[in-house]
Design a protein around this ligand. Sequence first.
Ligand SMILES: NC(=O)c1ccc[n+]([C@@H]2O[C@H](COP(=O)([O-])OP(=O)(O)OC[C@H]3O[C@@H](n4cnc5c(N)ncnc54)[C@H](OP(=O)(O)O)[C@@H]3O)[C@@H](O)[C@H]2O)c1
Length: 339
Amino acid sequence: MTAQLQLLQKGGPFKVVQVPKPTPGPEEVLIRQRVIAFNLVDAKQRDLGIGIARWPHVLGIEGAGVIEAVGSGVHHLRPGDEAAGWEGSGALGDSWGGAFQERVAVPGYLVAKKPKNISLEEAASLPIGFVTAVAAIVNGLKIPLPFLQGLSTEGQAPLSVLVLGGSSATGAAVIQLLRKAYPSLPILTTSSEKSHKLLSDLGATYVTKYKSHSVVADIKAASPGGAGVDVIIDCVSAGARQTDITDVLDPSGSKRYASVVTGVPVPIPEGVSKVDVLASDMVGVQGGKQLIPSLINLVEEGRYRVPLPVRVVGHGLEALADVLDEVKTVSGEKVVLTL
Ligand SMILES: NC(=O)c1ccc[n+]([C@@H]2O[C@H](COP(=O)([O-])OP(=O)(O)OC[C@H]3O[C@@H](n4cnc5c(N)ncnc54)[C@H](OP(=O)(O)O)[C@@H]3O)[C@@H](O)[C@H]2O)c1
C-alpha cells in the first residue's frame, strides 16, 4: 500500500488515504516521491475544481524522488535512480494521479535522472516553468530555441521581447532560454524590486517595477530606439490589470502577445495578435517528449541554471494541505515540500 493526499471535493478537505501501490505500465516509471514542488495551479484546482473530472482527486504536477520500478519499454531510468519529472495534469490524461502522493506512476518521457550538480529539491522545481516557457517561446511565438533537440526550428528571432512577470517560475525560465538562444536580444521584463538583480543575472537587459505608475512609458523608453518592443510574453496575466501594456509594442514590429493561460482573461486590442499558451500542448508537438531529458542535460552540462531559489515549506503529506496556500504569495522563488 502507499499513501496519497486526496482532495475530496472542490474547496477541500484533503484526506491522506492508503491505496494499492501502482504498477507502472510498459512505458511508465514508478517514482517514490521525496520532493513535491508547488504551483499556483494546485491552489486554483483546489479552490475552483478546474480540470478535475472526478472526485476524489490527487493534485500536484511536479516533483522528484527515487525510481522504484520501470516498465519494460523504459530504458533511460533504472530502479534506484534519483529523478525529477512533470508528474500529472488533467490535460495530460488521468490514467495516473498527480504529484501529491508517496508514489506516482508517470510516462517515462516526462521523467529524467536528477542532474548531479543540483539538489533533489531544486530538480523538483524545474519542469513546469521550463516546459511552459518553451511552450510560450517555440509553440506560441514560433521563436526557435535551436539548442533544444527535436523542436521545430521554423520561425524567426524577435527584434526585442518584453517578459511580463519575470520573477515567476515561467518568466525566469523564458528570460534564461531567450538569452541563451539570442545573446544580443534586448529582453525587457517586470518584477518587484527584490528580483531585479536575479533577472539581470539570468539575462534581462532591462528590469522595471510593474507597480510603477510610469511602467508603460518606462518600458517604451527603454526599448531599442524608444520605438517599442517587438513581442510580449505575459507569464502572469499582467495585461488584465495593466490594460494599456500593449502600448509598448512597436507599431512597425510584429505586434505579437503570448499569454500564458492563468484563468484570468487578458483583453488585447485589435491589431495585436494574441496566442494563448498551455504547457500541456507541448506533449503533442514535435520534440515535446524530449523536453524533460533536454532540461536535465542542460542543467547537468551547466548550460541552464535553476532559475529561482527554492524554499522548503513543509514535510509530509499531512502537512501539505496546510502549506499549499504558500504558493499564492511566492515572490521570485519556488516552494516545495519534502516527504
Ligand atoms: N497554462 C499553463 O499551462 C500554465 C503553466 C504554468 C503556469 N501557469 C499559470 O501561469 C501563472 C504563472 O505561473 P508560475 O508558476 O510561473 O508563477 P509564480 O512563480 O507562481 O509567479 C509568482 C510571481 O509572479 C509575479 N507577478 C505577479 N503579478 C505580476 C504582475 N502583474 N506583473 C509582474 N509580475 C507579477 C510575482 O512577482 P513579484 O514577487 O516580483 O511581485 C511573483 O514573483 C500562474 O497563474 C499559473 O497558474 C499556466
